[in-house]
Design a protein around this ligand. Structure first.
Ligand SMILES: [Fe+2]
Length: 292
C-alpha cells in the first residue's frame, strides 16, 4: 500500500465530530430564535460562557465598556463567531485525548486564536466584509497538524524533529515524511464531516490563496493572518521557518495580494504589523487561555 492510500484508509476511519454543543448549534442555525434564548443555553456551560466573554472583551473588538453578560457578548461577536468558537472547542476536545502530544497544544491554540483575531482585524482594516466562515477557517486552519499528531503519531514525531533540526516549513517536511500536508488532510476530513464548502476551501488554500478562484479575498485574509500571527510571535512551533518581512513584501504572493485589491506595500505592511503587535500586547493573556 502506498503512502497516500494508507493515509486515505486511515482518515476514512476517523469518526464523525461529536458536536458537544448540539443543542446550541441547532439554536444558532434557527434565525427565529431570540438572542436571549441562546444566551440562556450558553450560560449553562460555564467554561464556554467565560470564553465568550474573554473574546468579546478582546481589544480586537474595540469595545469601550466591559462586556459582562452573555447576550451582550453574542451581540458583539455575532452568531457566526459564536458558532466558530463552539466548533473549534469541539475539535479541540476531539483531538486532545491521547496521552502524548508531540505538538505543544498551548502554543498551537495560541497560534490559532491569534490568527482568527488577526483575520477579523484584517477584514475590518481592508473593509472586505467578513465572509461567513472566515473566522472559523482562520481558527481551525491548522487542524491537520493535530489530526497527524493523533492518527499518524510516529510520522508526526519525525516531522516535528525534522523541523527542529532544519527550521523548515511544516508543509515541506510533511510532504517528505508523509507524502501529504496538513491542509490536504484537514480538507479531506472537513469534507467527510460535511463542513460548508467555503470553510473547507479556505483551510485547503491557507498557504496558496492564488489557487482559490472562488473565495479569493477571504483566502488572502486567512493566508495573511497566518503569516502575521507568525511575525508577531505566535507561530505553531518556535523552530519553524521564519518569515522575512522584506522578502515577503517583494514576493509573488504579495504582488498577487495587491493585484486583488489589498492596499499594501512594505511601509503599509510594517505599519499593519506594528498595529497588530499592539493589539496582541493589549490582549494580555486573557483570550490566549481559551483552549487550555
Ligand atoms: Fe498551515
Amino acid at each position: 500500500m502506498d503512502k497516500i492510500e494508507k493515509i486515505i484508509r486511515k482518515i476514512e476511519q476517523i469518526p464523525t465530530l461529536p458536536i458537544v454543543s448540539r443543542h446550541i448549534m441547532t439554536l444558532l442555525e434557527d434565525d427565529e430564535v431570540p438572542l436571549k434564548k441562546i444566551a440562556e443555553v450558553i450560560e449553562k456551560d460555564m467554561a464556554l460562557a467565560a470564553n465568550l466573554l474573554k473574546i468579546a472583551n478582546s481589544p480586537f473588538y474595540g469595545t469601550l465598556s466591559k462586556i459582562s453578560s452573555i447576550d451582550h457578548a453574542i451581540a458583539i461577536l455575532g452568531i457566526s463567531e459564536v458558532k466558530a468558537m463552539l466548533m473549534a472547542s469541539s475539535i479541540h476536545h476531539f483531538f486532545s485525548t491521547p496521552e502524548t502530544h508531540s505538538l505543544d497544544r498551548k502554543r498551537f491554540w495560541h497560534h490559532s486564536i491569534i490568527c482568527s483575531q488577526i483575520a477579523k482585524h484584517l477584514s475590518l482594516h481592508f473593509k472586505t466584509g467578513g465572509e461567513d466562515g472566515l473566522f472559523l477557517a482562520a481558527l481551525i486552519h491548522d487542524m491537520g497538524k493535530i489530526i497527524f499528531d493523533r492518527y499518524f503519531h510516529d510520522e508526526f514525531i519525525t516531522i516535528i524533529d525534522t523541523i527542529r533540526e532544519e527550521h523548515e516549513s511544516f508543509s515541506m517536511v510533511e510532504k517528505r515524511v508523509l507524502g501529504a500536508t496538513h491542509y490536504q488532510i484537514a480538507a479531506k476530513i472537513m469534507q467527510q464531516w460535511n463542513f460548508p464548502e467555503s470553510v473547507t476551501m479556505l483551510v485547503f488554500y491557507h498557504h496558496a490563496p492564488w489557487q482559490d478562484k472562488n473565495h479569493t479575498t477571504s483566502s488572502i485574509i486567512v493566508y495573511l493572518a497566518n503569516i502575521l500571527a507568525k511575525i508577531v510571535g505566535y507561530p505553531c512551533m518556535e523552530e519553524e521557518k521564519k518569515i522575512d518581512v522584506t522578502s515577503f513584501c517583494k514576493s509573488k504572493a504579495m504582488k498577487y495580494i495587491v493585484q486583488n485589491g489589498f492596499d499594501l506595500d512594505e511601509k503599509k505592511f510594517r505599519t499593519l504589523i506594528k498595529n497588530i503587535r499592539k493589539l496582541v500586547a493589549d490582549e494580555g493573556r486573557s483570550i490566549l487561555s481559551i483552549f487550555q
